[in-house]
Design a protein around this ligand. Structure first.
Ligand code: COS
Length: 380
């Protein structure tokens, strides 16, 4: 049975997030983009009204929202600012490996405090020397009695260093590739764990991105999710889910690009009439609309598969790659509609382009998404 309607609860969630984006995010988005500061107050308010850490299961004190709920939320928040939404999205990314690979006791231990204390989680897979080849981890994990000792560094980690903990992927023996991988929860205050904030990003500047450094950082072995050899699969299963909210965020960017273009095209005159009356402008607007509607369908379908416990690997990759490319193109065309005004910060469209670019890179590049889809298509 096909049903495109949202439940009453989902509609409420959508209006809550929409109102939050209009009242709390849009008025401050340009300033945080300029200052590159972490929007602490905005995140605190989001937590207060229940928009943070929404995927924490009910048995661990959370709302246990589904993937479609997350996507509805994500589109609205990213409409306001993709960078600010990324902070919330990355916290769900840090939560997911614990939901996938953690015992119920571990879920309670690590996820309950996130909800009650309005704290963030983070996910640390990429390293300075490798991102796409997730099996080539260099961060070393040594099991020493009932402790794990970590040495190495992680790169491009959203919320890294400001989150309560990072789920760190490391290896007990690099020559074993995936078979030597481990996933370990490292609390922020762990001795030997430090971070360096990364500055001057092209876009999504409100989100906090860091390099994490581990120098003989010791944690109890009970902080490991699963066993030795499970880390890679936990990371892959996580990304197979969390790529979908990236698609949802991309749809928020596309929707904003479309609406800003419509508003500007109606108001701006050239050759004695509003530019909205020119067919070449209309074609751009129609193209953005086509992109938005098809990308949203792909996103919702992938989310529906997750929520119904069905295979979703290729569909998640498709949604993420497609929606982020639609968003980038829509933002690019929105700048074109705005002409010179689109190229300066006075209007929000140049920021949309800078923000959209990252969605084509993080949570696996769109090249990796294509590889994932092709693998699915080519296997026996
Ligand atoms: N879900 C569950 N298990 C998976 C999986 C998935 N999506 N993908 C692979 N595996 C399993 C395989 O079945 C295999 O298991 P066995 O050893 O039991 O047979 C094991 O993991 C190794 O798989 P494979 O040999 O396919 O691994 P590769 O090194 O070839 O993986 C890709 C290649 C590109 C798929 C992987 O490295 C990847 O996704 N890279 C992107 C990493 C990334 O997203 N980086 C940025 C993250 S920062 S947010």
């Amino acid at each position: 049975m096909i049903d495109f309607s949202l439940t009453e609860q989902q509609k409420e969630l959508q209006s809550l997030a929409r109102e939050f984006a209009r009242e709390e995010i849009i008025p401050v988005a340009a300033e945080f983009d300029r200052s590159e500061e972490y929007p602490e107050q905005v995140i605190a308010k989001a937590a207060q009204i229940g928009l943070l850490n929404v995927s924490v299961p009910e048995h661990a004190g959370g709302l246990g929202l589904g993937m479609l709920d997350e996507c509805i939320l994500g589109e609205e928040l990213a409409y306001g600012c993709m960078g600010i939404y990324t902070i919330l999205m990355a916290s769900e990314l840090g939560i997911t490996p614990i939901v996938i690979g953690g015992t119920e006791a571990q879920q309670k231990q690590w996820l309950e405090p996130l909800v009650s204390g309005a704290k963030l989680a983070s996910f640390a897979l990429s390293e300075p020397g490798n991102g796409s080849d997730a099996a080539a981890l260099k961060t070393k994990a040594v099991i020493d009695g009932d402790e794990i000792v970590l040495n190495g560094s992680k790169m491009w980690i959203t919320n890294g260093g400001i989150a309560e903990f990072a789920v760190v992927f490391a290896t007990v023996d690099a020559s074993l590739r995936t078979k030597g991988s481990v996933a370990v929860i490292v609390p922020r205050e762990t001795k030997g764990f430090s971070h360096n904030k990364i500055h001057h990003k092209m876009g999504q500047r409100a989100s906090y991105t860091a390099e994490l450094v581990f120098e003989d950082a010791r944690v109890p072995i009970s902080y490991m999710l699963g066993g030795v050899g499970d880390g890679f699969k936990i990371a892959m299963k996580t990304l197979d889910k969390t790529r979908i909210p990236v698609a949802a965020g991309s749809n928020g960017i596309t929707k904003r690009a479309l609406e800003e273009s419509v508003k500007y095209a109606r108001a701006r005159e050239a050759f004695g009439k509003p530019i909205s009356e020119f067919q070449l402008i209309q074609a751009k607007i129609a193209q953005m609309y086509m992109g938005l509607e098809t990308a949203r369908l792909a996103t919702y379908r992938a989310a529906w598969l997750v929520d119904n416990g069905l295979p979703h690997v290729s569909e998640a990759a498709l949604a993420k790659a497609y929606a982020s490319e639609v968003a980038f193109n829509a933002a690019n065309e929105a700048i074109q509609v705005h002409g010179g005004f689109g190229y300066v910060g006075e209007y929000p469209v140049e920021k949309l382009l800078r923000d959209a670019k990252l969605n084509m890179i993080f949570e696996s590049t769109n090249e990796i998404q294509r590889l994932v889809m092709a693998r699915g298509l080519l296997k026996d």
